[in-house]
Design a protein around this ligand. Structure first.
Ligand code: ADP
Ligand code: NI
Length: 234
């Protein structure tokens, strides 16, 4: 016999003790609506992968999974790369959204701080300190920039921004300031040397370092093959 009160009990109970699943679902729906179909490698599926990878890492570290998930979902909302270099857009949009859900101020401040400090800012730029939750999301974001998916995203981004794929006469630059990095018009192959190949040594968690090994090796193999094809006469 179907007992409605009994079947709804776990749902109601879960929402009484912790409203997070609902807030997370609403946030995922909101971000999907904003980012679906973007074609430069910052689409909803990038967010989805970072969310899932963040959860994978979070389950193996000691962190607040609620904050990790919200920061992962909101981390590229208003990315500076698509707002004329303005870094304040992301945290502002995240704050407005979380306030509309009546999330408490301490959680909002924590998430906005993560979003503001997550991004890679240049090979020689000292990174901002991150909370353990921020470290998990940063690792997940960085894992999505390397390996097969990272290679795909780099060329998608280069195409969207009108960059040359490769110029053997252009040397990579290890940018010393965020402004230099932001304004760089380098080739996509140089982006591997300026950022992507550096990421495996700039991860925060042991779980991410382990996941990065094979992805890094795959990028190196890709670049070796690319070079071999380019230099057909040796
Ligand atoms: P971050 O916050 O560290 O910038 P994102 O999640 O915003 O990371 O993703 C950056 C993505 O954009 C990466 O996959 C990266 O390969 C790509 N990208 C950024 N700059 C360039 C560039 N100059 N050339 C090619 N790809 C780029
Ligand atoms: Ni990202």
């Amino acid at each position: 016999m179907y007992n409605e009160a009994y079947s709804l009990a776990p749902f109601i109970w879960r929402n009484l003790i912790n409203a997070s699943p609902d807030i997370i679902t609403q946030t995922a729906d909101h971000v999907r609506g904003l980012m679906q179909g973007e074609s430069s490698g910052h689409d909803w599926w990038h967010i989805y992968r970072v969310w899932q990878t963040s959860l994978y890492i979070a389950e193996r570290e000691t962190v607040d999974t609620h904050v990790v998930q919200l920061a992962a979902l909101l981390h590229d909302i208003g990315d500076w790369k698509f707002h004329a270099g303005d870094e304040s857009v992301g945290p502002r949009l995240a704050r407005e959204w979380l306030q509309s859900l009546s999330v408490d101020e301490a959680t909002i401040a924590h998430i906005c701080e993560i979003i503001a400090n997550l991004s890679f800012k240049g090979a020689s730029v000292k990174p901002a300190p991150l909370s353990p939750e921020g470290q998990v999301v940063q690792d997940a974001d960085r894992l999505d920039a390397i390996g097969a998916i990272g290679i795909g995203r780099a060329f998608a981004y280069g195409g969207a921004k009108g960059r040359e794929m490769h110029d053997p006469d252009a040397a990579p630059i290890l940018h010393a300031t965020f402004d230099q990095y932001k304004n760089s018009r380098g080739t996509t192959i140089n982006h591997f040397h300026e950022k992507l190949l550096l990421l495996k040594d700039r991860l925060n968690t042991a779980t991410a370092r382990q996941l990065a090994e094979q992805r890094h090796a795959f990028m190196e193999a890709f670049l070796a093959q690319f070079n071999a094809e380019w230099n057909i006469n040796g």
